[in-house]
Design a protein around this ligand. Sequence first.
Ligand code: FES
Length: 113
Amino acid sequence: MDPTYVAVARTDTIAPGRFIKVTVQGQDYLIANTGGHFYAVEDNCSHEDYPLSYGCLDGDRIKCSLHGSRFSLRTGQPLDDPADQPIRTYRLRIAEGQIWLDPSDSDHSDSSA
Ligand code: FES
């Protein structure tokens, strides 16, 4: 396994339709299982820096519990007002039932530049 990847959970510990919060190097992430597909996003709503882990899954979207914006877990894009900026998404690898996260590999790391 690429050394930048960090083991974060076993696949069988996240039931379909559920997510868990993990902390890697001081940063919080959500690891979600949308029914066979696993996704990783930052645990932070882009609207007012509120933990998305207080929210809930809606298919392949995470809904913020504070003002209700939903974000695509695949792209990080906001789907509802009031959020208008994406959240960061991260690549995962699955190997032998283990989920690995690359915390350095945000798909939106330069989106605000
Ligand atoms: S803090 Fe998430 S929608 Fe406002």
